[in-house]
Design a protein around this ligand. Sequence first.
Ligand SMILES: Nc1ncnc2c1ncn2[C@@H]1O[C@H](COP(=O)(O)OP(=O)(O)OP(=O)(O)O)[C@@H](O)[C@H]1O
Ligand SMILES: [Mg+2]
Length: 259
Amino acid sequence: MSANNSIPMVRAEAVSKSYGSNLVLKSISLEVQRGEVLCLVGPSGSGKSTFLRCINHLETVTAGRLEVEGEVVGYREKAGKLYEMHPREAAKQRRDIGMVFQRFNLFPHLTALENVMLAPGLLRKGGSKAQLKARAMELLARVGLAERYDYYPAHLSGGQQQRVAIARALAMEPKLMLFDEPTSALDPELVGEVLDVMKGLAESGMTMIVVTHEMGFAREVADKLVFMDGGVVVEEGDPVQVLTNPQRERTKAFLSKVL
Ligand SMILES: Nc1ncnc2c1ncn2[C@@H]1O[C@H](COP(=O)(O)OP(=O)(O)OP(=O)(O)O)[C@@H](O)[C@H]1O
Ligand SMILES: [Mg+2]
């Protein structure tokens, strides 16, 4: 794995994806540099989740080239040719990428601490039970939940559950975090606490791609805003620029509904 800073963390070059005859991503090209936060916005069905899922190996692209840190996702490159990875190898590549979904999917029968301790990233690194626990506690503290370590998910608010889910993803020590509408299942008053954790993560230098409708967050935290519609990147740029002075009619129409 290269630590070369000039290699983008994510690079999509004419990435397309279809389900049967339904072309869902149409020649997407974009780059995310190390340490950057990219916010991805767009109407329902525009392909945002599909794009994240491609980055994280949950889907394979139909055409084009998708790289994470210079490595083609899901493929080995040998002498200029691409060979599909063995699933085990793909799983290894995927472990470096954390993903947080709209639904937190915590194990209901485990406490917050146990949910984080069970993260494969922590288990992979091994160590004694006490070390695992200490590391999991650190991660819970990082998302502001040290005091709730022994709560079960049912006794945590949605925002707290989502923060546990973030701690669990961080346990993988990911080089890249993908968020797919992490706050859209939350009551409005709980959104802020999750966005604050994400903001802290961004400030710590984490590379992030965030699908969100939270334009305030995009404006404040993102380095780049990408507006997708119908499987294409319609417009991208500095978030403040795009939000205050969109160039395309489709962007204007979308923003007028969400702002
Ligand atoms: N597994 C699948 N099989 C077939 N079609 C799919 C599959 N997943 C997504 N699609 C289709 O791909 C298109 C894009 O879906 P996607 O979930 O990426 O959109 P989105 O931008 O994330 O939307 P939303 O804002 O509603 O989450 C939709 O038309 C959807 O029906
Ligand atoms: Mg989606």
